[in-house]
Ligand binder design. Structure first.
Ligand SMILES: Nc1nc2c(ncn2[C@@H]2O[C@H](COP(=O)(O)OP(=O)(O)OP(=O)(O)O)[C@@H](O)[C@H]2O)c(=O)[nH]1
Length: 423
C-alpha cells in the first residue's frame, strides 16, 4: 500500500452512509432521506483517534533522561491534533454512491459504484439495522438486514467473477502457453482492483486442495474470488440506527450469523447531533465516549431548552449508556487498526527529544499510518522517497535494520539519518 490508505463507506441507499461520513468528518456530504442522495463518490478527510506516543511513560522517561522538562513540551502534530494523549490522525474516507441489487449488471449506479470501490483498501459496510428500509432504501418495517450483508458481498463477487469468466477461455490458454504461475496469471486479472502478488498469495493459501488453474470449474473460480475479496476488501459492519427500537433483535441475529466479522454498533445520527450541539457551545462532548455534559453539569455551557434537554436524556438512555458511545469513532478504528492493520509511525529528527527542530518544545510532529509488519526500510522509502538512508534509529537511540518490521509499540518511533550527498 504505497499510497495513503483509503477506507470506503458502502451500503444500500438510505442506510446512513452520508450521515456516517458527516459524523466522521467536517465535510458536508448531502444527507437525505431518499435513495441516491449521494450521486458522486465523496472523498473526505476523517481523523482516526489513537493513543499518542506522547502519552507513554517510556517517552516521558526518555525526555527526562535527555534533560527535557516534560511539562514544557507540547505534542503538536503537523496534521491532525493531539488532546490529552489522544491523537487524531488524518485518514481518507470514500463515500461510495448508492448500490442496489443487480449493480454488477449495471442496475442503479451499478458499475460506477463498483469502479469507485476498487480504490478502497478496506470497507465500512453501513447496514440499516433498524429494518425500516428495504433493499432499495425505501421506507418499510420489519426488513431483514441480513439480506443486505449477503447481497453486498454477492454484488462485489459477481462483478469480479463476471469479469473473470468473460475471458476465462483465453486466460487459461495464455496461462498454459506462457507456463505462468497461478499468482502471476491472477495478478494480471486482478491488478485492476489494486491487487498485488502477496495479496493473491494470501488469498490462495486460504483454499484447501486447489487444483491447477486449467482444471478450475465455476465453483473453484467462486472460491478463489471469495478468498481474494477477504484480502482486497476486508470489511467492518457498521450496524447503524441502533437508536431505533427494532434494532436490537437484528443486531443479535447478525452477530450470531457472522461471528468472524468485525461488527460495531452505531448511531451516526446521534454523533452528528452531538457534534453540532458541541460546536454551538451547548454541550461538552468527548467524541468516542459516553460522556455528555450540559448546562446542568457545567454552568459555563449555554442552557438547552426542555425539548433538546429531553432529547439528550433519550440519547443518554438509548445510545450512550447502553452501548458506551455512538460507535462512530470505533468503526473507523476497527477499519483502520484491526481490519487494515495500520500502525501509527512517529518520525522524528531527534530520537532523544522527539522533536524535529532545534526548538524542543514541540514533539511528535509527524505521524504516518503504515501496515503492521512493513519493513522499516520500506517505511523509510515511503516517507522519505528515494534518498540514501545511512541509519535508522528507534526509541533510546537503538539502531534498527532496514529488514526489521514495524508494529504497535515496536519500531513505531523512528528517526532516519540521511547519508551525506556525494558531490
Ligand atoms: N434513526 C436513525 N436514522 C439515521 C441514522 N443515520 C442516518 N439516519 C437517517 O437515515 C436516512 C438516510 O441517511 P443517509 O445518510 O442520507 O443515507 P445514505 O446511505 O447516504 O443514502 P444515499 O445517499 O441514498 O445512498 C436519513 O433520514 C438519516 O437521517 C441513525 O443512526 N439513526
Amino acid at each position: 500500500m504505497p499510497r495513503d490508505p483509503l477506507i470506503g463507506i458502502v451500503g444500500k441507499p438510505s442506510s446512513g452512509k452520508s450521515t456516517t461520513l458527516n459524523s466522521l468528518t467536517d465535510a458536508s456530504a448531502a444527507v437525505g432521506a431518499f435513495p441516491f442522495t449521494t450521486i458522486d463518490p465523496n472523498k473526505a478527510t476523517s481523523y482516526l483517534q489513537v493513543d499518542c506516543a506522547c502519552g507513554r511513560k517510556t517517552s516521558k522517561d526518555i525526555l527526562q533522561k535527555n534533560g527535557v522538562n516534560v511539562s514544557e513540551v507540547t505534542c503538536k502534530p503537523n496534521y491532525g491534533w493531539c488532546e490529552n494523549g489522544k491523537r487524531h490522525i488524518p485518514i481518507m474516507l470514500l463515500d461510495v454512491a448508492g448500490l442496489v441489487p443487480g449493480a454488477h449488471m449495471g442496475r442503479g449506479l451499478g458499475n460506477k459504484f463498483l469502479d469507485d470501490l476498487r480504490h478502497a483498501d478496506a470497507l465500512i459496510h453501513v447496514v440499516d439495522v433498524s429494518g425500516t428500509t428495504d433493499a432499495e432504501g425505501k421506507n418499510t418495517r420489519g426488513y431483514d438486514p441480513i439480506k443486505d450483508i449477503d447481497w453486498l458481498q454477492d454484488e462485489i463477487r459477481l462483478w469480479i467473477e463476471g469479469n473473470l469468466k468473460k475471458r476465462w477461455g483465453s486466460i487459461v490458454r495464455r496461462h498454459t502457453a506462457t507456463k505462468s504461475s497461478i499468482v502471476d496469471t491472477l495478478q494480471q486479472q486482478f491488478g485492476g482492483y489494486g491487487s498485488h502478488a502477496p495479496m493473491i498469495q494470501a488469498a490462495l493459501a486460504r483454499i484447501d486442495g486447489l487444483p491447477p488453474l486449467e482444471e478450475w470449474d465455476s465453483d473453484w473460480i467462486t472460491k478463489v474470488v471469495k478468498s481474494f475479496m477477504l484480502e482486497k476488501f476486508p470489511t467492518v459492519l457498521s450496524l447503524n440506527k441502533i437508536d431505533h427500537p427494532d434494532a436490537d433483535k437484528n443486531v443479535s441475529k447478525i452477530i450470531l450469523k457472522y461471528p468472524e466479522t468485525k461488527t460495531i454498533l452505531t448511531s451516526a445520527i446521534t454523533e452528528v447531533f452531538l457534534r453540532k450541539l458541541k460546536k454551538q457551545g451547548f454541550i461538552k462532548y468527548e467524541e468516542g465516549t459516553e460522556f455528555v455534559d450540559t448546562y446542568e453539569d457545567d454552568p459555563s455551557l449555554k442552557p438547552l431548552d426542555d425539548k433538546l434537554l429531553n432529547r439528550i436524556e433519550n440519547i443518554r438512555d438509548l445510545v450512550l449508556y447502553r452501548f458506551g458511545s455512538t460507535g462512530v469513532m470505533q468503526v473507523l478504528q476497527a477499519a483502520a487498526l484491526d481490519t487494515l492493520n495500520l500502525v501509527p509511525i512517529y518520525t522524528v529528527k531527534n530520537i532523544n527529544t522527539f522533536s524535529n527542530e532545534n526548538k524542543t518544545q514541540y514533539i511528535f510532529r509527524d505521524c504516518f499510518l503504515v501496515k503492521r509488519g512493513t519493513p522499516v526500510g520500506k517505511v523509510a522509502r515511503y516517507i522519505m522517497g528515494e534518498v540514501t538512508i545511512a541509519a535508522i534509529e528507534t526509541t533510546g537511540g537503538i539502531r534498527v535494520s532496514a529488514d526489521d518490521t514495524v508494529d504497535v509499540r515496536k519500531n513505531d518511533i523512528l528517526s532516519f539519518k540521511l547519508a551525506p550527498k556525494s558531490i
